[in-house]
Write a protein that binds this ligand. Structure first.
Ligand SMILES: [Zn+2]
Length: 69
């Protein structure tokens, strides 16, 4: 009877997506407790943020950095 099960998903989700991709194909921001986790399918970037908007902004910055090489 724990609703934390839902929030255990992201970690596995990230690693399965990273294995499938390894590239910056997709970024996601998922709610976790009172904050959000932002991550990328490349598996080299993840962070916690207070708001979804901030996560999306950081995700954009991450892909911009990566594309530049
Ligand atoms: Zn990435």
């Amino acid at each position: 009877m724990s609703d934390s099960v839902l929030y255990d998903l992201p970690g596995e989700f990230v690693s399965s997506m990273a294995e499938a991709s390894g590239y910056c194909d997709t970024q996601a921001v998922l709610p976790k407790g009172d904050h959000y986790i932002a991550f990328c399918t490349c598996g080299r970037w993840d962070t916690t943020v207070p708001t979804r908007a901030e996560g999306l902004e950081l995700a954009r910055a991450h892909t911009a950095e990566t594309e530049r090489g």
